[in-house]
Design a protein around this ligand. Structure first.
Ligand SMILES: [Zn+2]
Ligand SMILES: [Zn+2]
Ligand SMILES: [Zn+2]
Length: 135
């Protein structure tokens, strides 16, 4: 019965892969609507949740608390460095964070600990543009 929505999920996956950086479900839905795919917003949300669950997409909360999604180019657990101006995203490993998270969880008696650590900032071109604008 889930088979019925497979093409929609594939279409959402493709649309997500075309985007540079993270996008909201609404933005992605807008793109699909422009292409007259007939895919509804609820379906986009479901498809994105499925892609996140299967490890094909990343999700994170923006500093404004909005859920954002991205087709991920790295398999497995990793972190992101995200430019909050242009959306440039760098996938990073953070060995220090892994060790800290495990240690901290164990210290408090927590098992099966998971964590999400994404770092927001300004990339070099955006930092320069901002400095020029403020000069
Ligand atoms: Zn990623
Ligand atoms: Zn930037
Ligand atoms: Zn980690």
């Amino acid at each position: 019965m889930a088979q019925r929505n497979t093409w929609q999920r594939e279409r959402v996956r493709e649309a997500l892969a075309d985007v540079r950086g993270f996008v909201s479900a609404q933005t992605l839905h807008g793109t699909l609507r422009d292409e007259n795919t007939g895919i509804g917003l609820a379906t986009v949300y479901r498809a994105l949740a499925g892609l996140v669950a299967s490890g094909d997409a990343d999700s994170l909360l923006s500093p404004d608390g909005e859920a954002l999604y991205r087709a991920c180019s790295t398999q497995g657990h990793h972190h992101h460095l995200i430019c909050r101006r242009c959306g440039l995203t760098v996938e990073i490993e953070a060995t220090d964070v892994e060790q800290w998270a495990q240690r901290t969880a164990a210290m408090h008696g927590f098992r099966d600990a998971e964590h999400v650590v994404d770092v927001f900032g300004l990339c070099t071109p955006c930092a320069k543009a901002k400095a020029r604008a403020e000069a």
